[in-house]
Design a protein around this ligand. Structure first.
Ligand code: MG
Length: 367
């Protein structure tokens, strides 16, 4: 089987509600997504999506993906898309680094492999585990009342695990944590995600002020070294997210006892191939994971859910479905919210059928 054509679409994804994170210093109201179709001489078409969370969250941006595809796509024409490791190696030689650019191509190759073997991706990632995957409600930075309103919207969708975005202001953060803690029912839980906003002393002041219960804090500071310093001075479990970008980062974090869990975001680490390697390392070494996308529509979300569906429940915290925050829907099928839980589709491959009228005209075609 050979790749004959790569078609690229750009889709703007408006958020239903404006979103602030990192203590309110970063603002988002829409996402720039790149959706691709890979056609083969066997008549099988695979789909993939790459969507950074805006341009300020990570060193990644939508137009960067499309510029990178211009470099990468010609190298893949004529290759067998079922050889996912070989495809990835080819991409890494053709364009070192830039992992987020490669994610959509990698996803589309996995979709083709699944369709060719008539297996859903979770079976190819180690096998479906019969479990419901918990969906996290993503709560933007706001006043305590605004954040509790956002928690209520998640509760209405059946979500009882909330990742609350804080940071930047010590007094306000303590107030937010205490208000949310007082509001939450006993059967619900919250993670406090700082998205890099604190310096080390901010982290110590907030985390030592809320020691009446054990809370998860996520990515307290910008750099790995700062987060490690925080880790050594707190009893609260630490989740590393933005600073886990490559396989070597998780190896180092495990050796340093730097975290109890990670956010494993598929686009950030370079796609499903790279995310699966990190997932397997975490299973072997006892690190819990949130497995989810960096952003995007149902196509991207579903790829992450397939990886989560094949991850032992003991090591899986939750996923997050970005598409439920959007006002457009790019595909039929996929991993949807079923009362706060989700499941990987049973259909071969990703199990999504993109809506061509929503994708519009391609922005580029390589053949
Ligand atoms: Mg995070």
């Amino acid at each position: 089987m050979k790749i004959t054509k790569i078609t690229v679409y750009q889709v703007t994804l408006p958020l239903e509600h404006p979103y602030w994170l990192s203590g309110g210093r970063l603002y988002f109201d829409k996402l720039d997504s790149t959706i691709i179709a890979i056609d083969t001489d066997a008549g099988i078409r695979g789909w993939g999506e790459g969507c950074p969370w805006g341009v300020t969250y990570l060193p990644a941006f939508g137009r960067g993906i499309r510029a990178g595809l211009e470099e990468l796509a010609p190298h893949l024409i004529g290759l067998d898309p079922r050889r996912t490791d070989f495809i990835y190696r080819t991409m890494d030689v053709a364009l070192p680094g830039h992992p987020y650019i490669k994610s959509a191509l990698d996803m589309a190759c996995w979709d083709i492999l699944g369709k060719a073997t008539e297996l859903p991706l979770c079976e190819l990632f180690g096998g479906r585990i019969d479990q419901a995957i918990t969906i996290q409600n993503s709560v933007p930075t706001g006043t305590p009342d605004e954040m509790i309103e956002s928690i209520k919207r998640g509760q209405a969708r059946g979500e009882n695990v909330h990742t609350c975005k804080i940071g930047a202001d010590v007094a306000k953060d303590i107030e937010r944590i205490q208000a949310i803690g007082a509001y939450l029912p006993a059967n619900e839980s919250a993670t406090f995600d700082v998205n890099r906003a604190w310096l080390v002393d901010d982290a110590m002041r907030v985390m030592n002020a809320v020691t009446e219960s054990i809370l998860y804090f996520e990515q307290p500071c910008e750099t790995y070294e700062e987060c490690l310093q925080v880790r050594k001075m707190t009893c609260h479990p630490i989740i590393l997210d933005e600073c886990i970008q490559r396989y070597g980062d998780i190896v180092r974090a495990q050796a340093d006892n730097a975290c109890e869990a990670i956010g494993l975001k598929v686009n950030r680490v370079g796609g499903l191939t790279k995310a699966k390697r990190i997932r397997d390392f975490c299973v072997e070494t006892g690190i819990r994971m949130n497995i989810e996308e960096t952003g995007g529509s149902i196509i991207a979300d579903t790829g992450a859910v397939h990886l989560a569906q094949s991850t032992p429940a003991t090591h899986l915290r939750a996923t997050w479905l970005c598409h439920s925050m959007l006002t457009v829907d790019t595909a039929i099928g996929g991993a949807r919210n079923q009362g706060g839980k989700t499941y990987a589709p049973e259909a071969p491959g990703l199990g999504v059928a993109p809506k061509l009228d929503v994708l519009g005209e391609p922005v580029s075609i390589y053949q």
